[in-house]
Design a protein around this ligand. Structure first.
Ligand code: B1M
Length: 518
């Protein structure tokens, strides 16, 4: 590539013309192929690496003034949120399509955004967030930016966000356009249109809802009280299985390869690296694209082996159902150490997580009058993480233009945390006396074809993220380096918490009262 660039220069082409000519045309073609599903995220990152290398080579022959960028975008993950992988992908894509990007990082409060806007005078601001709480934080942030007199276009993105929420809740709070970007390439297209005088006005017009009444959801007809009856769908006459121990376990898990064998290929190669279709099948058929992706992830693993730390903390607790709540007890204690309160479905099967806790077996009568303990059911809690040091190393790689490694490492850490949750859940089933049948495949494990289920706060059966505080009080995950943010998110990003139930009737369900951001 450098030879081609030097030949172009030798033919009298100015470095800036080479960048704005064949190179930018090349990146535009990459964008077109991606939007046409002919290129995947991993390949877009490889082309961005080539673009970075080309531009860095040519910049040595350019006047400072020539390195002017198309526009300046300030990116940030909102207050209380640690989500990084999505925002960083956006940074890489924008930077290698001619934009200057100021990446303010994670957990950025509005006042910091306002200060940074004054310092950098960006042409647009990009907000990112993972959870519903972050979508709501974007409403507050938009209001604060408006009140600070800021009126550059706002681009917003994140897994729990939607066009509808953007238009109905965020945009009415802002002075000018608020554009929803479902993925990084959409973010690029929006910036290209905003930077193109012939298209800018249309984008501003179509995405400005300043002062429009925030569309209030027509509150559905109030449903009857949810009640506290155990759902008839869940049996209460099942023997209480014993657990192997009641003390707290905190471990770092040295065997990374064992945990990596629990990674769901669809998530790491499909969702994060963009492979379309059945990755495992393609790999077996030696599909060149699947093979290349597999080997590039193996390279990431080889490098991560020198530093990725996987840790877990977990504990079984004696548990008792109290209506829609679960009371947890220290061994043999009669006074609960904590209670989790859950919502119950108001219609249909009226499911509630508390129903999966079996009634205690009355104390067997003893013939010597000694006080016998009731035998309570149990609930297991855990927090796992694989995020220690990952952000720093991913940032280093990104700064060095190793984009595939940078994104691949964040994706590996995220899916390692999820894999560790799968691994630990299996172990908990064994310690609860019902190991998986040897015939159970990993694919069946990914679709929870085993006894019991795990539920994570924030997910539809237990949407209240504030309940994370209870897990932190009980398990003290700070010891394995996981901290809760003011937004009740776990730092580092690659962390998962869960409640584990053994009940054979467990199912995934939605309690339905969660705020609608979709
Ligand atoms: Co979890 N998670 N997760 N999760 N996760 C969601 C978000 C959830 C919707 C699942 C669900 O309920 N079905 C749910 C949130 C619901 C809610 O808010 N209440 C949820 C939850 C609850 C949680 C936990 C709280 C569960 C728990 O452990 N108790 C926990 C929180 C972690 C923490 O606090 N650190 C958690 C953990 C995780 C993992 C770590 C295992 C993992 C990674 C998360 C991550 O991405 N950082 C994970 C994953 C993978 C998901 C799902 C399945 C996928 C998210 C994803 O694609 N990330 C998600 C369910 C879903 O969406 N279907 C879910 C990859 C990332 C590259 O995409 O962030 O969307 P994304 O960024 C994109 C676009 O949004 C856009 O471009 C990016 C690149 O294409 N974009 C922008 C983003 N920002 C932009 C800014 C721009 C432009 C475009 O400005 C210019």
């Amino acid at each position: 590539m450098v030879d081609d660039l030097n030949r172009k220069r030798a033919e009298g082409n100015a470095p800036l013309d080479i960048i704005n000519g064949p190179l930018m045309t090349g990146m535009a073609e990459v964008g077109r192929l991606f939007n046409n599903n002919e290129l995947i995220v991993a390949e877009v990152l490889q082309s961005a690496e080539a673009m970075k290398a080309a531009v860095s080579h040519l910049e040595q022959f350019m006047e400072k003034a020539d390195t002017e960028k198309r526009a300046k975008v300030m990116l940030a993950t909102v207050k209380g949120d640690v989500h990084d992988i999505g925002k960083n992908l956006v940074e890489i894509i924008l930077k290698n399509n001619g934009y200057e990007v100021i990446n303010l990082g994670i957990k950025v409060p509005p006042e910091e955004l306002i200060r940074a806007h004054r310092e950098h005078q960006p042409d647009a601001i990009g907000l990112s967030g993972l959870l519903v709480k972050s979508a709501q934080q974007m409403v507050t942030t938009a209001t604060d930016l408006r009140e600070a007199g800021i009126d550059v276009p706002l681009l917003v993105g994140g897994a729990a966000l939607s066009e509808k929420f953007t238009r109905s809740k965020i945009a009415p709070q802002y002075a000018t356009a608020v554009c929803y970007a479902k993925d990084a390439m959409t973010g690029l297209r929006l910036m290209n249109h905003l930077s193109d005088p012939s298209q800018r006005q249309a984008v501003l017009r179509d995405n400005t809802f300043a002062g429009s009444i925030a569309i209030e959801e027509v509150a559905p007809a109030p449903l009857g009280p949810a009640g506290e009856e155990r759902s008839p769908r869940i049996r209460a006459d099942i023997p209480i299985p014993n657990v192997a121990y009641l003390d707290r376990k905190a471990r770092s898990i040295p065997d990374r390869n064992e945990i990596w064998s629990y990674i769901n290929p669809y998530m790491i190669f499909g969702r994060h690296m963009g492979f379309r279709g059945n990755f495992e099948k393609a790999l077996k058929e030696r599909d060149p694209r699947a093979l290349e992706l597999f080997h590039s992830m193996e390279e990431v693993k080889r490098e991560a082996e020198s530093f990725m730390k996987i840790s877990a903390v977990w504990q079984f607790f004696e548990a008792d159902r109290e209506g829609n709540s679960i009371a947890l007890f220290e061994p043999g204690k009669s006074w609960p150490i904590h209670k989790f309160h859950f919502q119950r479905q108001r219609v249909g099967e009226k499911l509630c997580l508390s129903d999966y806790i079996l009634p205690p077996n009355p104390a067997p009568s003893s013939n010597n009058g000694a006080e016998q303990k009731v035998q309570r059911d149990h609930l297991a809690l855990f927090v796992v993480t694989a995020g220690a040091g990952v952000r720093e190393r991913s940032e280093e790689a990104k700064a060095a233009g190793r984009y595939l490694f940078s994104h691949g490492l964040q994706a590996l850490a995220i899916e390692t945390a999820e894999a560790c949750a799968e691994w630990l859940h299996r172990r908990i089933r064994e310690d609860w006396g019902f190991p998986d049948p040897l015939t159970l495949t990993m694919a069946e494990r990914f679709t929870s074809r085993y006894r019991g289920k795990r539920y994570s706060f924030g997910y539809p059966a237990c949407p209240n993220l504030d309940d994370q505080a209870g897990i932190w009080m009980l398990l003290k995950p700070e010891e394995i380096g996981v901290h809760l943010t003011e937004g009740m998110m776990m730092d580092p990003e690659a962390s998962v918490s869960a409640l584990v139930f053994h009940h054979p009737d467990c199912a995934y369900f939605t309690v339905g009262d969660q705020p609608d951001t979709q």
